[in-house]
Design a protein around this ligand. Sequence first.
Ligand SMILES: Nc1ncnc2c1ncn2[C@@H]1O[C@H](COP(=O)(O)OP(=O)(O)OP(=O)(O)O)[C@@H](O)[C@H]1O
Ligand SMILES: [Mg+2]
Length: 372
Amino acid sequence: MFISCIKIDGFKNLSSVNIDVDKRINVICGDNAQGKTNLIEAIWLCSGLKSFRNSKDKDLINLKRQNFDIEISFENSFRKQKIEYKLAKQNIKEKNIKLNGVPLKNPSDLFGNLCCVVFTPEDLFISKGSPDNRRKFIDICVSQIKNSYRRVLNQYDEILTQRNFLLKNISIGKSSVDELDVWDEQMSRLGSYISVIRYAYTKKLNTFAGRLYNEISHGKEKLEIFYESSVFETLENRSDYNREMASEYLAKLKSTRQEDIKTGFTTIGVQRDDLISNINGLNCREFGSQGQCRSVALVFKIAQAYILFEETKEAPCILLDDVLSELDMKRQDFVLSRISDMQVFITCCKDIKLKSGIGKTFYIKGGRIINA
Ligand SMILES: Nc1ncnc2c1ncn2[C@@H]1O[C@H](COP(=O)(O)OP(=O)(O)OP(=O)(O)O)[C@@H](O)[C@H]1O
Ligand SMILES: [Mg+2]
């Protein structure tokens, strides 16, 4: 799958962008604060996910304008397609999104069409940073290939908020402990489902990322990735959600109730789980060197792209925002060579030289492409 044309107007500082892009490599070059990341963000939005910078919807629209328009034409192995994404300040709750002219209800209905993998400098810290980032990573990866997953996650989050609220009320005597039952039951079902899906994804990630890590370390180091559940002792051999899992989850929730009431929040559950990376048996978070952690981040992202490719049968589009300049030559070559059959957008401040002259370079200034 590849993008052929991008039109953006009124999205953050971008204005009158209208570019025919290269099937393989596109370099977006410009000084700081000219709109490079904004361009990447606009493409990402059309993949169906929220802004990777956590921008609020209203902040996506240019401060001086009333609306933004994004139009992306792309082709997969079957046909040419077009996504139109519009948002107006006046009607901020209502996104006007069309796929091939057909209106869609939610941005998530775009999943599975324009599949992208975005890689930013913050991602380089995935194995060192907080578990929250790793859960976010796995949840995005799964959402891209399983449309219904995002809905379940949202439901789980709502129940968690309600349960935590109730816990606080119980501790001040405003509610009774029995009221937890109804939330715990729902939480157990949703939580078990999320656990099993994340576990299955982790197994795939382990296979792909493990292989890539073996290559980047020239066979000297072995990377292993595990899903660490705060509820289940092991998820081994569990490929599907079932009732027994939910019962086990529920029993665990009940066993921690007293502690939960005391602390005012839910101490076990998928909101506490983690993705563990071990290099030669040592936890990367605690023992990994900076170089090892960077390599882990690279192979995570490339593996995400490979899994997406395998699941959707289409090569995803890779968005590299400012990461190449953060990597040494060896790692730059590694990334580019492993995604050589995918379309890539690379942002950078300095002109980078592309091997054998393939691809296009776009210069951006003040939100406009100046060499179009
Ligand atoms: N809603 C908005 N309206 C107008 N301008 C905005 C809006 N949101 C962000 N901007 C501006 O867009 C500019 C470009 O941002 P962007 O992050 O794309 O820069 P960049 O080219 O990636 O820079 P860097 O090299 O530093 O990463 C910023 O100066 C920012 O103030
Ligand atoms: Mg930037």
